[in-house]
Design a protein around this ligand. Structure first.
Ligand SMILES: Cc1cc2nc3c(=O)[nH]c(=O)nc-3n(C[C@H](O)[C@H](O)[C@H](O)COP(=O)(O)OP(=O)(O)OC[C@H]3O[C@@H](n4cnc5c(N)ncnc54)[C@H](O)[C@@H]3O)c2cc1C
Length: 397
């Protein structure tokens, strides 16, 4: 048994096979990522192609995809366990297969036609290519039900016009699922359609978003659609039901993001436990100060409690019986608690925590994304409040 606190908790929560699987990914990350991470970050590049290929060979991109489509036949639980193991080192690396599967392959698996599944899933499961998730736009973030990207009817097909942004993995994506307005006069939530659009289709222009200070090694793209012709066989799901495809996809994504928040907390807890017992001030280790112990204890409590919660929800997700509010709640709580505790953790270590080699500032930075990504926490809180206050649901802001 390793001396990581998260391993201790997971060993109690998981059956032997799942725990072994988690440990195998953690061992890989310790050997192949941990020692190289700082060098990669300081060089300023993206997640290396060789690493993506290694993760592909390990089957990480195919974890919840059925064997008939080339996957491992597991569930979201396995993907989140891989996310915990990889995210302990780096969100940028963990989110690459994480988004590729939960936001890229998953909507095709859940909503695709048999032909779409056969065309895409074997390649996606092997990590040979990725699909990006095109929900967000420069003018549409939380208010995503009414996209400004429009699909105008054009004979048998449609013409797409507008811009998507914040598309994770765009650099490696062969396709992007574009959420576009198809029926402006339809009922709210029934006005849009998802289209699977090849990135190399004429008039699709991808560029990497510049100046990003979070998830630094992850690719985050903008995709401009300048009169792009699409046909009915490119529709993912039903016509005018694109928002449902996007929203149901995000339920799984939010559980993955909650896992990333806890992975950061787990890393910080181990770092802090070691450091405060070694660092001496005023004649002894700083761990003897109760104000230092309080932070360590709170980190441990949150990790223990939220891992239990997350694993319960993952089990329900994989059995198809999870309510929509639950993934939002565990993401909100885990991301808020972890990001709050990360700055506390840095503070109790002192100035050294501001050095990149200490590891905490990377996690502190990246935790920001867990608060806004896959639904901003504050917008999600409004959704959760609606289910708690049903008589006033229509007027809650
Ligand atoms: C690194 C990164 C990767 C991403 N990857 C993807 C991706 O792959 N695909 C994709 O489509 N998107 C992606 N996103 C976008 C992400 O989903 C959006 O940032 C998120 O949905 C919030 O939208 P916004 O940033 O436009 O904020 P806005 O919608 O402009 O909201 C700003 C703030 O206003 C407040 N607010 C808004 N609405 C409400 C409300 N109803 N109630 C209370 N407060 C509210 C909240 O505080 C919110 O944070 C990514 C974002 C980042 C940072």
């Amino acid at each position: 048994m390793s001396d990581r606190r998260i391993d201790y908790y997971l060993s109690m929560l998981l059956d032997e096979d799942r725990y072994e699987f988690y440990r195998s990914v953690a061992d890989f990350a310790d050997k192949e990522i941990g020692p190289k991470l700082l060098g990669w970050e300081r060089a300023g590049g993206y997640v290396p192609d060789e690493l993506i290929a290694q993760l592909g060979e390990m089957g990480i991109f195919g974890l919840p995809i059925p064997e008939q489509y080339g996957g491992q036949g597991g569930g979201l639980t396995e993907l989140v366990l891989a996310g915990l193991a990889l995210g302990y080192q780096s969100h940028s690396i963990a989110i690459t297969p994480g988004a590729a599967v939960s936001l890229g392959a998953n909507p095709i698996l859940k909503n695709g036609t048999e032909a779409q599944k056969k065309e895409h899933l074997p390649d996606l499961a092997a990590g040979r290519r990725m699909v990006a998730f095109g929900l967000s736009e420069p003018g549409r973030g939380s208010d995503a039900a009414n996209p400004q990207v429009v699909a105008e009817k054009n004979g048998d097909g449609w013409t797409l016009r507008g811009e998507k942004c914040w598309a994770t993995n765009a650099k490696w994506a062969s396709h992007v699922v574009v959420h576009a307005l198809t029926d402006p006069d339809g009922r709210n939530g029934h006005r849009s359609t998802c289209f699977i659009v090849p990135m190399d289709q004429p008039n699709v222009h991808y560029s990497e978003m510049s100046g990003k200070t979070v998830w630094q090694m992850s690719s985050t793209g903008s995709v401009v659609l300048d009169q792009v012709q699409v046909t009915p066989d490119q529709i993912l799901g039903e016509l005018n039901e694109g928002f449902k495809v996007m929203v149901t996809t995000l339920n799984g994504g939010r559980l993955f993001i909650a896992g990333l928040a806890l992975a950061s907390l787990a890393f910080a807890l181990d770092r802090v436990r070691t450091y405060v017992q070694e660092r001496e001030q005023f004649g002894g280790p700083i761990a003897r100060f109760q104000r230092v112990q309080d932070v360590v204890l709170e980190m441990d409590l949150v990790l223990d409690r939220n891992l239990n919660w997350l694993m319960t929800l993952l089990d329900r997700y994989d059995r198809g019986v999870l309510d929509r509010e639950q993934p939002a709640k565990v993401k909100i709580d885990s991301s808020r608690a972890a990001s709050h505790l990360l700055i506390e953790a840095m503070e109790i270590c002192g100035g050294v925590a501001g050095l990149d080699e200490f590891g905490l500032s990377r996690h502190h930075n990246d935790l920001f994304v867990t608060r806004v990504g896959e639904g901003s926490n504050r917008a999600l809180m409004t959704q959760v409040a609606r289910s708690l206050l049903p008589d006033c649901a229509g007027i809650l802001q």
